[in-house]
Design a protein around this ligand. Structure first.
Ligand SMILES: [Zn+2]
Length: 701
């Protein structure tokens, strides 16, 4: 897990809102208002600037005035004020433009970096293990010093100075021309790109309210496992299990592969998931220990007193009415709130375009092609045959979550605990050992020392995370949990993962040639680097890393997991496309469309491999409801990691540090360009497939 500049705040402090309210909030797209006579004022500004700076500057003048005018609002001032600002702030190419570039580069680094520091200081009592918390601590932790930064930069006209002088670019331009750009051109594109959207506060509030309502809905969606009844009325699950949909339902289903009589429980859990996505689930069966539910026959009845966890009073009756499409009403609330921002984002005028073109910087069609390459890969049917053989039965839909490729553990957990506890009685001991630990991972003594000096280790309340810095002079922080008897192996394993984030954060802030390009293209890239560290965590303990057999199992597990989540991602995208085509849809219509999209996706890619048709299971992910097109990031993350691992596997261990420094010092360009610099080719599904193909070959021998 990693927290970058602005991802630090929880939503816990947002006022809880009901789903119905969220639906009412978004009024639908409206064109942004413009002051009267802005167009003639802009034309006069162009003419005056041409007279002042000459024809050579015409393309920059026309572009700059057009860009600034497109985001000017009545509250910024009248047309005369716009004209005056344009004449004041346009800088001709050469020393004046270079000076402006330098000022903005430095100013934005200071603004962002200090906001990170203020937020980090204000949340320290909540996040760090510093004794009992006070009632004020969550309020301080929820404060965000950068919350209004974007608005302030427009209100203070700094944003307009940037828009007047530096180019807004489309993803198409960055992809086509970007590989030939100078680093300065890349930095300028990032500088202007920051101001490509100007979403009004009330639209952002609507998005926050809809998201908060969706998160509340998802967070309360538990299934009481002990109250699931089998076909004969039996109760296959023990008391006390509260399974949050979909995460715990899926993980419980996976865990049942280890149990010899797990199959009936897996079928029951699959029936629960189907009832949720089809919204045939009885509303009374959600998170209520006084209700027994047979999800196959879909009948409910009062739970006997002795089975009720927490000792609540038994009911006399239960209403079997289905959940009234709330799942889809909540999703529509997200759609309406997010699409209200469309008119304020001229270069990417839909949420789909913003996710793919502004955030991921991968065109939608390219992502779909990558996912379909995985779904249709010739290795998939071979892998399915191997799973069928290992299970000794025909596959069922829930086998998309087959978990039997986990390698057996080579070292006893207690032995590993003893080693890490002896080494690291305190977080300070871990911090002091960083130079040696990084040396064991392949960094030279000089770089290991430099990194250790730039990483601050803190005692965490939670399991740990890495918090990046936003300006040079500040340090990334590694938060780790160390118990009273020292750091156990689990904590150490997580700390090494977080250390991977911190190393990336150090290089990608301090070694990149412009702070405007600091970072990596997106979270999947920093996660891939963190996993490179995590998978090598035995080396610093003086133990041998994973053997060839374990690596083969990991490759098979990776391909199957990517196969599963690729279809889920396509359903997410299909549902968003449908909502844009049917903006006035009712929750019931959205339910029908979602089920159709999920079943079509299933029948195209999964039915031929698993042998069962028409499963709606791919629509069970809760992210579909509350994360607004986040799901494609998961399969992309698998591809990125396999590609990076495939490249690093061929690097001699003692050169690993230097290679990681080279790769992470390139900065936040597009994913394809970053990957090309890292491994020699753009983003690709081939390394993931090839690793699995080699493992399948070895398994066949
Ligand atoms: Zn992570």
């Amino acid at each position: 897990m990693t927290l970058r500049a602005f991802g630090v705040k929880s939503r816990a402090m947002l006022a809880p809102l009901l789903v119905a309210q969220a639906l009412l909030l978004a009024a639908g797209p409206a064109a942004p208002a413009r002051p009267a006579a802005l167009a003639p004022a802009a034309a006069r500004a162009v003419k005056a600037l041409l007279a002042r700076h000459g024809e050579a500057e015409r393309p920059r003048i026309e572009r700059g005035v057009r860009q600034a005018a497109s985001l000017w609002r009545p509250a910024d001032g009248d047309a005369t004020a716009f004209e005056a600002l344009a004449l004041d702030q346009f800088a001709p190419a050469g020393p004046a433009l270079d000076a402006l570039f330098g000022r903005l580069e430095s100013a934005l680094e200071q603004l962002d970096g200090h906001a990170v520091e203020v937020n980090r200081e204000l949340s320290r009592w909540s996040v760090l293990d510093l004794g009992p918390m006070q009632p004020i601590d969550p309020l301080l932790a929820a404060y965000d010093a950068a919350a209004h930064l974007g608005d302030d930069l427009f209100a203070g006209r700094i944003a307009f100075a940037a828009l007047l002088n530096f180019p807004l670019t489309t993803l198409g331009e960055r992809l086509e021309a970007g590989p030939g750009w100078t680093r300065r051109q890349w930095a300028e594109a990032r500088l202007a790109g920051r101001f490509a959207r100007r979403v009004p506060a009330e639209v952002n509030q609507g998005i926050a309210a809809a998201t908060s309502a969706a998160e509340l809905y998802v967070a309360g969606y538990n299934v009481r496992a002990h109250h699931l009844l089998g076909p004969g009325g039996e109760r296959p699950f023990p008391g006390g299990k509260r399974l949050l949909s979909h995460w715990n339902l899926r993980d419980e289903l996976k865990a049942q592969y280890a149990s010899p009589d797990g199959l009936p429980r897996q079928r029951l859990l699959q029936a629960v998931m189907e009832r949720i996505v089809t919204q045939t689930i009885p509303a009374a069966a959600i998170d209520d220990p006084t209700v027994d539910w047979d999800p196959v026959a879909n009948t409910v009845r009062p739970a006997p007193a002795a089975t009720i966890e927490g000792g609540g009073a038994p009911r006399t009756t239960v209403d079997g009415a289905r959940e009234p499409d709330t799942r889809y009403a909540v999703l529509l609330g997200m759609f309406r709130a997010l699409s209200a921002a469309d008119p304020y984002s001229p270069t990417a005028p839909s949420h789909i375009a913003r996710k793919f073109e502004l955030e991921r910087e991968l065109p939608e069609a390219r992502v779909v092609a990558l996912l379909e390459e995985v779904l249709g890969a010739p290795e998939i049917p071979r892998l399915a045959a191997l799973i069928r053989e290992r299970l000794g039965r025909p596959l069922e839909p829930f086998d998309i979550w087959y978990s039997g490729f986990r390698p057996r553990t080579r070292f006893a957990e207690a032995d590993l605990d003893a080693r890490t506890r002896a080494r690291y009685p305190t977080p300070a001991a871990f911090a002091a050992d960083l130079p040696r630990l990084l040396g064991a991972l392949g960094f030279t003594p000089e770089r290991a020392t430099w990194l250790a000096e730039h990483i601050e280790v803190d005692p965490a309340r939670g399991s740990g995370h890495a918090l990046g810095a936003g300006r040079r002079g500040d340090k990334p922080h590694l938060r780790t949990r160390v118990g009273a008897d020292g750091m156990d192996y689990k904590g150490y394993n997580i700390a090494v993962h977080e250390l991977g984030h911190n190393v990336e954060q150090c290089f990608s802030l301090y070694q990149v040639d412009s702070t405007l390009l600091a970072g990596v293209p997106n979270t999947a890239f920093t996660e891939a680097i963190a996993f490179v560290f995590q998978s090598r965590d035995l080396l610093p303990l003086g133990l041998p890393p994973a053997d060839a057999e374990a690596q083969r199992l990991v490759a098979l597990d990776d391909l199957w997991a990517t196969f599963e989540i690729s279809g889920v991602a396509l359903v997410d995208l299909g549902v968003w496309r449908w909502m844009y085509q049917h903006p006035k849809a009712s929750p019931a219509e959205l339910r029908q469309a979602t089920l159709r999209i999920a079943r079509d996706t299933w029948n195209r890619w999964y039915a031929p491999v698993l042998g069962v048709r028409d499963s709606p299971l791919l629509a069970i992910y809760s992210h579909l409801v509350h994360s607004a097109l986040y799901l494609p990031d998961y399969p992309l993350g698998h591809l990125i990691q396999a590609q990076l691992e495939g490249h690093l596997a061929a690097v001699p261990p003692e050169r690993l540090g230097a290679e990681l420094e080279r790769i992470t010092s390139f900065g936040a360009v597009t994913p394809d360009l970053w990957m090309k610099n890292a491994v020699g080719s753009g983003l690709s599904a081939a390394p993931l497939r090839q690793a699995a193909a080699r493992a399948l070959q070895a398994a066949a021998r």
